[in-house]
Write a protein that binds this ligand. Sequence first.
Ligand SMILES: [Zn+2]
Length: 232
Amino acid sequence: MRFDAKTRLLVVAAHPDDEVLGCGGTIVRAVRAGARVGVLFLGEGVSARFPVGKHDCSEFHEQSARRWKEANKALKSLGVRDSWQGSRLCVQFDTYPFLSITKEIEGVMKAFRPTMIFTHNPSEVNIDHRITFDAVEVACRPVQAWCPREIYTFEIPCSGNWKFHPTFNPNVFVDVAAVWERKMTAWRCYCGEQRRFPHFRSEKGLEALAAFRGMTAGLPKAEAFRLERGIA
Ligand SMILES: [Zn+2]
């Protein structure tokens, strides 16, 4: 994985916070190397905390607005210049026509012209993450001029590692030791998403996973990816 001023990295994430959890440190490294980074969020991230079908209340709209505000702050701190906010309901992506999701991704790809895409891997508990992977796979059919040359998947700690039969098998490890504090600064923007250890979404939990992934590649801290397709 190499970044330079010609790199146009598109992160396709299901929810605001996935971009930090999955690849926040790598985004910082890409931006530092001169890459242009865009993040497409396909949905919001709070409606699942309300009873099914009963989210449309003032409390939801307040929480949702707060989450997008947090996301914008996090993106700014990572150095992301372009972003797109989706409105699909959290953990309900299976209730939308699949084609509408792939077409939205294709539309952003056509406009942004990514050379590289990061997205979710399919071995996740969260159904939105799995559908996002499926939709990116379809959108990245190598039939269009805007098809990226490198497609990587990342992991969301509290979704992938709670899978009964996890199959995410990363083969690219990005050294994030030097940018770890930048990742944590972005993560702290998401005030409502912090949890206490031993939850993965605690700072100690995130650090433990980064250390575990790092050790696989002889690094103190790493974000793990799988190269799904590369074209040389
Ligand atoms: Zn998510």
